[in-house]
Design a protein around this ligand. Structure first.
Ligand code: FE2
Length: 203
């Protein structure tokens, strides 16, 4: 099944799940639904408008993904894979945020990392996303960063939205099957200070 077909499925899912009430409606009448964000252009416009008001918050990113209805052709040009390593396909970068479509072939995974200085939200557009979380440990003897692995991997199906704050440590992988995985990420500000950790298995 193509990514474009799956994105349309996501749009229907988003409609059924219902958008969040508008925070501006305080008149006691039936809350108005926040408008859907239809298509990539509208998504970028929404993020730009939010960024003009100030730093993006986690609630902004959640709201954006909750209302997102991508069209089938929106991300086709960015759906690029690399047989050697997962591929980060940049859609847009500003001072306030960076949007990436990350494409993972089966078996590919990120390093264990944090998001120092940035918040992140991503949505699974195709495939099943696997995440392993970590707790930071004291630095190694030569100052290397280390983190203890949770023994379990979490699995996120298509349509799931995940968020991470700067101190969260995790790794993301396509390890739950033989299908490709595509995840749409927004980092704010752009993730330039990411640090990698040596994973330590729990005793
Ligand atoms: Fe991450």
């Amino acid at each position: 099944m193509s990514l474009s077909t799956l994105i349309r499925d996501d749009a229907r899912r988003s409609t059924r799940s219902g958008p969040s009430p508008s925070a501006n409606d305080d008149r006691g009448s039936k809350p108005r639904a926040a408008p859907a964000i239809r298509g990539l252009r509208a998504l970028l416009d929404e993020l730009d408008a939010l960024a003009r008001r100030g730093p993006l918050e986690m609630s902004d990113l959640r709201s954006v993904f909750d209302r997102l209805q991508l069209r089938g052709s929106d991300l086709t040009a960015f759906q690029l894979f690399d047989s050697e390593c997962y591929r980060r396909n940049r859609i847009r970068r500003t001072e306030a945020y960076e949007m990436l479509l990350i494409c993972w072939a089966p078996g590919q995974e990120s390093p264990v990392h944090d998001h120092r200085g940035s918040i992140c939200a991503f949505q699974v557009l195709e495939g099943t996303c696997c995440e392993q979380r970590f707790e930071r440990l004291p630095d190694g003897p030569e100052g290397g960063l280390r983190a203890a692995a949770s023994p379990e991997w979490l699995e996120y199906e298509r349509g799931t939205v995940c968020v991470s704050r700067d101190a969260d440590i995790h790794r993301v992988a396509n390890r739950c099957g033989e299908r490709n995985l595509c995840t749409l990420h927004v980092y704010s500000p752009p993730l330039d200070g990411m640090r990698s950790y040596q994973p330590i298995a729990q005793a």
